[in-house]
Design a binder for this molecule. Structure first.
Ligand code: BG6
Length: 532
């Protein structure tokens, strides 16, 4: 985010669920960052809405708990920005299902300095439909020239294909698609947005970006956190619904889309929609073959005791909900014919790491047949490190120095932190800014959401009927069945290691080369586990 970007137009942000965790943990810090960067100014106002009794001061102090008071320069600056923002936060208490709330809202909107309103639904998903209905009943979604009315809807959008279709139908009966901003916070991440730029700004990459050169793609979102206090939500959701049709499919779509005609929102969303619609829908038997699920057992992680998932507060003792999934998909398009996309995500795993690994085809061995080399050089890999330690890494083979002809694998690394300051951003800054300026590029359209659910529906149906998750230990890389999924295809998962720690594991030659090419500025992290 730079200050060369113009400030958003005047707007009132009305947050439903203003006393909830999301507002405190993510929206407020993002708004502070935006205030600091001049992306919202004195004509920006927040009106929090929630059932809890209280006034503006109650909400302000509630949100303030999350704003650091002391600290380095950054924190002090944040303090100043918070002071500016704080004075522009107001509160309205009310029940989301009652007309009186919307009558009060209408009065507040009438009295607001700007006619532009962005409603943000940071509530339980069961309220999404009812709130949109009430807003429409009270004519609060009616736009006029110079007065926009937009609705940002948090995930999860539906719990399966049928419910997502029903929710889309319900809200689209009340306002136009151009008024809805379905959030997937992964799209706010700088590295996720960079996937498209890296592809389309580099001929070198785009020209080999197809099944002629790419062998397979892996997308991993490994987390070390457990379910914690989210048992009630998580036990009815599970890893598949929580992460795959939204976050992981957005990453997949960024990797797989055709070049859009422009970077215009609709052009990009059209292309993304095509990819998601091209995901192969497995039959029940195929789904059994191509998906595994797991749930963590009791154990320890980084020296701390971890209870089994089934012992989490608000989780059924006989729960069959998965905390890990590994899935295989195909994108049935000309470009991706025959290239498997392997996806995995889980809680309480060995390392926090979200990455995309593009593995290229092996070179023919013929040229090396009469040399000392008795094995093919490893295939080239491009690793897009989404988080943490955001960066890009390209693995190539070079000649190992010496008289014999031999190859050595080396990597060309780029780490964002070595050149740019993205560490303080939450990812919500770009989403909120785009909501205020009316750019839907980073938001999901109805057809994309439904296509995502359609592709995971075979797994949801199968798992509702049979079996239970395989056990995996905290601090592992998931159940053995996840390894078996790739082993059946003669492949194995990329070993997860943070880029900042990679130098330590490299053979001497590679290390020397890496030292010349990489300029990491971050301190090495303590989490650095690799495989099981
Ligand atoms: C959320 C999921 O959408 O994304 C969480 O509900 C998950 O379960 C989180 O932990 C991961 O997001 P991030 O940005 O922390 O990688």
């Amino acid at each position: 985010m730079t200050s060369s970007v113009p400030a958003a137009p005047p707007v009132t942000l009305i947050i439903f669920g203003a006393t909830g965790d999301l507002t405190r943990r993510l929206l407020t810090p993002a708004l502070i960052n935006m205030t600091r960067a001049g992306l919202v100014g004195s004509d920006f106002h927040v009106l929090g809405v929630s059932i809890e009794p209280g006034d503006a001061e109650m909400l302000r102090s509630h949100l303030e708990d999350f704003v650091p008071e002391k600290g380095g320069e950054g924190a002090t600056k944040r303090g100043a920005a918070w002071k500016q923002l704080r004075g522009r936060i107001d509160y309205l208490q009310g029940d989301f299902t009652q007309d009186t709330l919307y009558e009060d809202l209408a009065k507040r909107i009438d009295a607001a300095p700007s006619d532009n309103v962005a409603f943000y639904l940071a509530t339980q998903p069961t309220f999404f439909g009812p709130i949109v209905d009430k807003l429409a009943d009270h004519k609060l979604l009616d736009e006029t020239p110079g007065a926009f009315r937009r609705v940002a809807i948090e995930k999860p959008f539906g719990t399966d294909l049928a419910s997502a279709q029903a929710l889309n139908k319900r809200i689209l009966a009340r306002a136009g698609e151009q008024q809805f901003y379905r959030i997937d916070h992964f799209l706010g991440k700088e590295t996720v947005q960079n996937i498209m730029t890296a592809r389309f700004a580099n001929m070198m990459l785009e020209s080999v970006w197809n099944s002629n050169y790419i062998d397979h793609v892996e997308i991993t979102a490994a987390e070390t956190v457990g379910v914690g206090t989210r048992g009630k939500f998580y036990d009815t959701t599970g890893a598949l619904r929580d992460m795959v049709p939204n976050h992981l499919f957005q990453l997949l779509a960024m990797v797989a889309i055709e070049p859009p005609n422009s970077f215009d929102a609709e052009a990009i969303r059209n292309e993304k929609g095509k990819v998601l619609k091209a995901l192969r829908h497995w039959t029940p038997d195929e789904a059994r073959e191509n998906g595994v699920r797991g749930a963590y057992t009791a154990g320890s992680l980084d020296g701390a005791k971890v209870d089994a998932y089934s012992k989490t507060p608000d989780v059924a003792a006989d729960s069959k909900t998965e905390t890990f999934v590994a899935l295989k998909f195909f994108v049935d398009s000309w470009r991706w014919a025959g290239v498997p996309f392997y996806l995995r995500t889980g809680k309480v795993m060995a390392v926090r790491d979200t990455e995309i690994v593009i593995t290229f085809r092996e070179v023919p061995f013929a040229q090396f047949a009469n040399t000392d080399i008795d094995r093919k050089p490893p295939p080239n890999r491009l690793i897009i490190q989404v988080q943490p330690d955001e960066g890009l890494k390209m693995e190539i083979s070079i000649k190992r120095p010496g008289l014999a002809v031999d190859t050595a694998p080396v990597s060309l690394d780029f780490q964002y932190a070595s050149m740019f300051d993205i560490a303080t951003l939450t990812g919500y800054e770009s989403l909120l800014y785009d909501l205020f300026v009316g750019d839907q590029t980073l938001f999901q359209r109805a057809d994309g959401i439904e296509a995502g659910w359609a592709a995971v529906q075979p797994f949801l149906d199968l798992w509702a009927k049979e079996g239970k998750p395989d056990a995996y230990a905290p601090g592992s890389m998931g159940p053995d069945s996840a390894d078996a999924l790739l082993a059946r295809d003669g492949r194995q998962w990329h070993t997860l290691t943070l880029l900042a720690d990679e130098g330590k594991a490299k053979p001497p030659v590679a290390k020397a080369v890496a030292a010349k090419t990489a300029t990491p500025s971050k301190k090495p992290k303590s989490a650095k586990k690799g495989t099981k």
